[in-house]
Design a protein around this ligand. Structure first.
Ligand code: ADP
Ligand code: MG
Length: 243
C-alpha cells in the first residue's frame, strides 16, 4: 500500500513584492522513507520553496502541505510535523553543544530528555564526546551542522527539511552527513533537502527534482536515473534544453 505524502507542494507559486517570480507552479511530494533532493543553481527557487513549507513566506497561489495541513492556513499545526535544519544553523556560540540541545528542545516544546539522551544523539550524529561540553565558539561548520541535525532528531518529527545542509562541509563531513540522512530515511522520515551538489544528490536521494528559474524542470526517481548521466541531464536542463 502506498503511503500518504508527508510533504506536498501543489501548484506552489511565489512572486515577491518586487515582482520576481521565484517559484512557479511547482508540484511534488515526499513520502515517509523517502529523500527528495531539490537540485538547482543559485536563484533557482530552492530556499523560497522551503520557506513556503515553513510559512516564513506566504504563497502567491497554490499550497505547501505538511502531514496534510496547508502551512499558510495553520502554520503551528503544520510545523509540529517538521524539523528544519538551515544552511547556517543558528545556535548559541556561548552555549555548549549539550546546552544548545537542551535549550532548543525545550523551545520546541519537548521535555523529558535526559543528559544521557543528549549524549547518545550527539554521538549518533558524529560529534566526538570531548566536544559535547565545549562552547560552540570554536566549532567548525560541520560540527555546528551536527548539532543542528541532533536538535532536528530530538524534535522527533516525521518530516525533515534541510536547506543546503552539506554546503561548506569538507568531503568526509559531507559523506557522513548524507549517511546520517540515509539512516533517518530508513527509520521512515520524509526528507526534503535542497542542494547544488549533483554528486550527493545522486548518491543518496530517492527522488531528484531539478529547479531552474522557479520551475521544476525535471523529476526522476533514482531507479529511473540509474544508467543516466545525471550531470549531463542537469547541464541540459540548466541550459534550457528539454526534449
Ligand atoms: N526576499 C526576496 N525578495 C525578492 N526576491 C527574492 C527574495 N529572496 C529571493 N529572491 C529571488 O527569488 C529567486 C529565488 O531565490 P532563492 O529561493 O533564494 O533560490 P535558491 O535558494 O535556489 O538559490 C531569485 O531570483 C532571488 O533573487
Ligand atoms: Mg538557497
Amino acid at each position: 500500500m502506498e503511503q500518504q505524502p508527508l510533504l506536498e507542494a501543489n501548484g506552489l507559486t511565489k512572486r515577491y513584492e518586487d515582482g520576481a517570480l521565484a517559484v512557479n507552479n511547482v508540484s511534488f511530494s515526499v513520502r515517509p522513507g523517502e529523500i527528495y533532493a531539490m537540485l538547482g543553481g543559485n536563484g533557482a527557487g530552492k530556499t523560497t520553496t522551503i520557506n513556503l513549507f515553513l510559512n516564513f513566506l506566504e504563497p502567491t497561489s497554490g499550497e505547501a502541505r505538511i502531514a496534510g495541513i496547508a502551512s499558510h492556513a495553520d502554520p503551528l499545526a503544520a510545523k509540529k510535523h517538521v524539523a528544519f535544519v538551515s544552511e547556517n544553523v543558528m545556535l548559541y556560540t556561548n552555549f555548549t553543544a549539550v546546552q544548545n540541545l537542551a535549550y532548543f528542545v525545550r523551545l520546541g516544546g519537548r521535555t523529558g530528555y535526559t543528559t544521557e539522551d543528549y549524549r547518545r544523539v550527539l554521538l549518533r550524529v558524529g560529534l566526538q564526546e570531548e566536544a559535547h561540553h565545549k562552547k560552540l565558539k570554536g566549532f567548525s561548520k560541520g560540527m555546528r551542522q551536527k548539532c543542528g541535525i541532533a536538535i532536528a532528531i530530538l524534535k522527533d518529527a516525521p518530516a525533515i527539511l534541510l536547506d543546503e545542509p552539506t554546503s561548506g562541509l569538507d568531503p568526509k563531513s559531507g559523506y557522513e552527513f548524507m549517511q546520517l540522512l540515509g539512516s533517518l530515511r530508513d527509520e521512515g522520515k520524509a526528507i526534503l533537502m535542497s542542494t547544488h551538489d549533483i554528486f550527493r544528490a545522486k548518491e543518496s536521494a530517492d527522488t531528484i527534482g531539478i529547479m531552474r528559474q522557479g520551475n521544476l524542470v525535471m523529476q526522476q526517481s533514482r531507479a529511473a536515473l540509474s544508467g543516466e548521466d545525471l550531470e549531463r541531464l542537469y547541464m541540459e536542463h540548466m541550459a534550457g534544453v528539454t526534449e
